[in-house]
Design a protein around this ligand. Structure first.
Ligand code: GLC
Ligand code: CA
Length: 585
């Protein structure tokens, strides 16, 4: 189907497309059952952050053989696709998101033959592997950048973005979304290079066709090894504003929207699709930083032949305003899911995620991670994750209800982002250091990056080395995989049951979405419907218990709940704090 050309429903006819299939009109309230079915719409994807997953050779760093060891753990959970965060050669300034050789495995993680074994074992278990494609920027240690820096008129100069400084100042006022200027001065050639992220991550110049050829060749290299697609890092930022003019005061408040508005972004994605992706049965999911939700179908409508899915940031930004962590009403979350459940085009597809390697732990953020509520709330939000519209992504440890870390000081953070943020906000802008630290504790990316908690032993069974690369959460004594696997009521088994439920009820994948009680401040109650199948999802998103009544439930029967069954499943219901139920009617 991917190869069929058809009329784009958003942007008029796709250039050169013969119309083979006419887009269907959007079905009522988004019933996707008539739309194109593909494996990745039905997939449940599990993200592995290799550095923190499982160490096999006891150097304190997770690695590919460690992942191989745990593939059946992931398969037993019910996931069918694994997204591996970067596994390529890298000086690790940003844990692999700074790549110095795209066709080599990071030595700390193993060898190419380990990767080949990983692919083989995964395939024998029925698991697909997708890789992280980090091509907005490279490492400053990549030979392309080394050569680019070394000679002003060599062929590699134009692989990156160099501009003359302006009277001792950077070429323009562009900031890095991480803080500080997006330019670093290079004395050797008396010019500055652009880096939207850290100075160790210079941005590639996608306007240079040679750069695009390189990227497409990297993609083919891994696709020919059998990977099932890519998660594309910072992909909305690859096309830069040609004038390189200063941003206005207004634009500076959210520069990521300027970075994501480059004029050739869609053309480059289409070229990538034509030249590479369309030749394989693979999936793509782009990180859509700096995108408004309404623009998402511009990437994902299948008629446009760009990407399959993107990660929008609306949900994981509900509790933040700039650097500040803020309180949020449930209505905000409901509005975002309602908008996502209302497809703007008939064949565009969503993702659902609460956790990943850049986010604090979901249970600490959307649930309540205190001992009394942790398990119930982790299950309640898992219910939401696996019954909303779109392909769900689970992040390692989420299935155990792993929590945020206890941070005591700035020195507890490892993330390359933190020192720059501190420097920019506290030192230069005068933000109160206590307030900054409080928000950082709640929002910091390191929360996600502590080692996976396999058991209660020293270092949580992640490594037998004395010191893992990053600190283990002391709560691994209570929260760990072994404990979960031994307890039939664990968060892990509830995830497994939800995934199985999702596979059994196509309405949870393809069905329409309707919020049945948008105004309730604690209850999230919605319906997924496809053909004759209707599922009701009822979640108490609060620490309070109360009775809740709905005529919809009169004829409904309970399929799953995160609480021991107390009878009385019909009609009036006592909802315990963080109780979640899925019914069929
Ligand atoms: C993405 C990655 C993040 C990384 C950044 C720069 O946001 O998810 O981990 O630091 O891009 O590559
Ligand atoms: Ca290791």
């Amino acid at each position: 189907m991917r190869m069929l050309k058809r009329r784009s429903l958003l942007g008029g006819a796709v250039a050169g497309a013969g119309t083979v299939m006419i887009g269907r009109p959007a079905a009522a309230r988004g019933d996707q059952s008539a739309a194109r079915r593909t494996w990745w719409k039905e997939a449940v994807i599990y993200e592995v952050y290799p550095r923190s997953f499982k160490d096999s050779n006891n150097d304190g760093i997770g690695d590919l053989p460690g992942i191989i060891d745990k593939l059946s753990y992931i398969r037993d959970l019910g996931a069918d696709t694994i997204w591996l965060a970067p596994i390529f050669a890298s000086p690790n300034r940003d844990n692999g998101y700074d790549i110095s050789d795209y066709k080599a495995i990071m030595p700390e993680f193993g060898t190419m033959s380990d990767f080949d074994r990983l692919m083989e074992k995964a395939s024998s278990l029925g698991l697909r592997i997708i890789l992280d494609l980090v091509v907005n920027h490279t490492s400053d240690q990549h030979p392309w950048f080394q050569k680019s820096r070394a000679s002003k008129d060599g062929p590699y100069r134009d692989y990156y973005i160099w501009r003359e400084p302006k009277g001792g100042l950077p070429p323009n006022n562009w900031p890095s979304p991480w803080g500080g200027s997006a330019w670093t001065f290079d004395a050797a050639s008396d010019s500055s290079y652009l880096h939207l992220f850290s100075p160790y991550q210079p941005d590639l110049n996608w306007d240079n066709p040679a750069v695009r050829d390189e990227v497409f060749s990297i993609m083919k290299f891994w696709l020919d090894k059998g990977v099932a697609g890519f998660r594309m890092d910072a992909i909305t930022m690859i096309s830069k504003m040609p004038s390189f003019r200063d941003m206005t005061v207004e634009e500076l408040k959210a520069p990521e929207y300027v970075y994501a508005a480059g004029p050739h972004l869609h053309a480059y994605l289409r070229e990538m699709n034509d030249r590479v992706l369309s030749h394989y049965d693979v999936m793509t999911v782009g990180e859509a930083y700096g995108m408004h939700a309404q623009d998402i179908p511009l990437f994902t409508d299948s008629g446009r032949r760009e990407l399959d899915m993107v990660f929008a940031f609306d949900i994981v930004h509900v509790d933040r305003q700039g650097w500040r962590k803020i309180a949020w009403p449930l209505s905000k979350l409901k509005d975002i899911y309602a908008a996502a459940g209302r497809p703007q085009s008939p064949d565009s597809w969503n993702t659902v995620f609460l956790d990943n390697h850049d986010q604090p732990r979901a249970v600490s953020r959307f649930g309540n991670d205190t001992a009394f509520f942790r398990e119930a709330s982790a299950k309640a939000i898992a219910t939401m994750l696996l019954t909303q519209c779109g392909t769900p992504f689970i992040y390692q440890g989420e299935e155990l209800g792993m929590t945020n870390l206890p941070f005591e000081g700035l020195e507890d953070f490892e993330d390359v982002q933190v020192p720059t943020a501190w420097e920019t906000l506290v030192k230069r802008q005068g933000v109160d250091p206590e307030a900054f630290f409080e928000s950082l504790k709640g929002l910091g990316r390191d929360n996600a990056r502590s080692p996976m908690q396999w058991d209660a032993s020293k270092n949580a069974g992640f490594t037998t080395a004395d010191k893992p690369w990053y600190r283990v959460n002391p709560n691994h004594i209570q929260i760990n995989a072994r404990e979960c696997l031994n307890n039939p009521d664990s968060v892990y088994y509830y995830f497994r049951d939800l995934i199985a439920l999702r596979r059994k009820h196509p309405a949870l994948v393809h069905g329409s979405y309707q919020d049945l009680d948008p105004d309730h401040s604690a209850v999230f109650f919605y319906c997924r419907e496809s053909g004759k199948s209707r599922l009701f999802i009822l979640i108490n998103m609060s620490d309070r218990g109360f009775t809740y009544d709905s005529p919809h439930l009169a004829q409904a029967s309970l399929l799953i709940s995160n609480m021991a069954h107390r009878g009385g499943t019909r009609g009036v219901t006592w909802l315990a704090p963080w109780e979640a139920r899925v019914y069929t009617a």
